[in-house]
Design a protein around this ligand. Structure first.
Ligand code: XMP
Length: 510
């Protein structure tokens, strides 16, 4: 079954993925394509609607992205957002100019509720603006359907041709009823049926994998992260015992993590191989202090261990990868197979003899992957697992890694995570963990003087992990964490909380 498709044409806006996620949230399938996609290709995909994203350019600049004017003649509804709105206005014979007053942030707007996009919504509400230019003269056939104090064309519409533009960003949470406006475009203008659900996705994907794989064998490197776990669960439904998952336990994982992964998969009707490679990794890491060397060694060692196990299995027909849609969009290729290294280093496939790569999650956003994982019966702790770097605790122990330091960090980190969960903050902090600094300092415990490690706690909030704010964890939670760690874990006599954002710091300490 083919899903109805909306194309999000990307003009380089920072919210391109957010727009696509919002469309998917409305149960409509969409794909993000670069604005340079040839018209014939767009037509061949038979979209029910097209959304232009915003972009960093001004339509006046020489190298400003353009669009083939024939796109507007195809009879397909188009919604232009911000830059996309300017481009639509300019291409169709209107005029865009620098706005006398630049608008940025939450802005009160009034709407014409007779317009399909705003029908049934309040006449006044707040929108998120971020622009220097504005539509000064609308193209023929358009009317202004929303205004702010400084922007007479906050939205424009040509209902006969089903062409719409918005100066503001409906995809951003700060715009009240923004998703409702997009929903109206999708359902009332594009006549979407809402046929995109995780249930239908998993049914059709399982079917497709079965047809593709036939009686072949599939191999997956299971890291225990969300993507590879959901990939394993989906493949196990599709091909059962013809799936082999190799889970390399590096000995650098968090407390109980290896066992949790094993528990989730050991009962399934698949070949599950857990390789306990802790000693191998630790001996290779002995005396190594440089973070990049650590990463390199772990990456290489991982590949070696995987290779040995893969060879034992013999012939493999398909190598599965948990690539997800943002990886594909960010690669800028649109549809080329992207080889994602689960450990961000090295890459897996060169050495395994396989016929094809399968990437059953390549169309999904992270939140969809999570939903699918839950639908497939994976436990919540796996599905909601925060990101964890491939090199694991090796980059959270500054300097040399020893089994003793690993044990200390594992216990301290587990207490931190436990208290965050107890405070109900798990979902509001994007990533949080403990770091064992190499620093030792003087303390006093009981009647004695101590000379022990300083532990750092890190918590960040972020949507993209490229930039991040330090999380404002309540003092009371930090206090409990600190007391518990010092009391329950040996060799820590000082705890600090990292209050730097990224940039200038990174999220990890190494
Ligand atoms: P940084 O420290 O660069 O981290 O701000 C950004 C995000 O990437 C994760 N990270 C890694 N993930 N291999 C990984 O798979 C790595 O070597 C690695 N280093 C950092 C980090 O946990 C954060 O989510």
């Amino acid at each position: 079954m083919q899903n109805q498709l909306v194309i999000v044409l990307d003009f380089g806006g920072q919210y391109n993925q957010l727009i696509a996620r919002r469309v998917r949230e409305c149960s409509v399938y969409c794909e993000v394509l670069p604005y340079t996609t040839p018209l014939a290709e767009i037509r061949a995909k038979n979209p029910i609607g097209i959304i232009f994203t915003g972009g960093p350019n001004s339509v006046f600049s020489e190298d400003a992205p353009k669009v083939d004017p024939s796109l507007f003649e195809m009879g397909i509804p188009v919604l232009g957002l911000c830059y996309g709105c300017h481009l639509m206005a300019q291409t169709l014979g209107g005029a865009v100019s620098p706005a006398p007053t630049r608008e940025f942030g939450k802005t009160p707007a009034s709407f014409d509720t007779a317009c399909a996009l705003f029908c049934g919504l309040p006449e006044e509400s707040i929108v998120w603006m971020s622009h220097n230019d504005f539509v000064q003269t609308m193209p023929p056939g358009f009317a202004s359907v929303a205004q702010t104090e400084d922007c007479p064309v906050a939205a424009m519409a040509n209902p006969e041709r089903r062409l719409y533009g918005m100066q503001f960003h409906p995809e951003v949470n700060h715009t009240q009823n923004g998703v409702e406006m997009l929903r109206r475009f999708l359902y009332d203008v594009c006549e979407a049926k809402g046929d995109w659900t995780m249930g239908s996705y998993s049914r059709s994907t399982i079917q497709r994998i079965r047809e593709q794989v036939g009686d072949g064998r599939v191999l997956l490197a299971l890291s225990g992260g969300v993507d590879s776990s959901v990939c394993a669960a989906l493949l196990s439904e599709a091909v059962g015992s013809r799936l082999t998952c190799i889970f390399v336990d590096t000995g650098l994982m968090r407390k109980n993590e290896g066992d949790e992964v094993e528990q989730a998969f050991a009962k399934k009707n698949i070949q599950f191989i857990r390789v306990d490679a802790a000693e191998r990794f630790l001996s290779r890491l002995k005396d190594v202090t440089d973070p990049e060397r650590k990463r390199k060694i772990i990456g290489e060692e991982f590949i070696r261990v995987f290779e040995v196990e893969a060879k034992k299995i013999g012939r493999v027909d398909f190598l599965a990868q948990g690539t997800i849609y943002p990886d594909i969009i960010e690669s800028g290729t649109g549809n080329a197979a992207v080889i994602k290294s689960h450990h961000n280093v090295g890459g897996l496939p060169d050495f395994v003899d396989f016929r094809e790569i399968i990437e059953p999650l390549r169309l999904l956003f992270k939140d969809e992957v999570r939903q699918l994982g839950l639908d497939l019966g994976l436990p919540e702790y796996l599905v909601w697992r925060q990101p964890f770097p491939g090199p694991g605790l090796a980059v959270r122990i500054l300097g040399e890694i020893t089994p003793e330091k690993l044990a200390i960090l594992r216990e301290a980190d587990a207490i931190f995570r436990e208290e965050i969960a107890r405070a109900g903050l798990e979902r509001s902090i994007s990533q949080y963990f403990a770091v064992l600094t190499g620093m030792r300092s003087v303390g006093v415990m009981g009647d004695g003087r101590t000379y022990d490690y300083t532990l750092a706690l890190r918590g960040v909030t972020t949507t993209d992990f490229m930039t991040a704010d330090w999380a404002h964890i309540p003092y009371s939670v930090l206090e409990t964490v600190s007391t518990r760690i010092v009391n329950e874990v040996g060799h820590i006599n000082r705890i600090v909380y990292d209050i730097t954002s990224k940039p200038p710091a990174t999220i990890e300490w190494e």
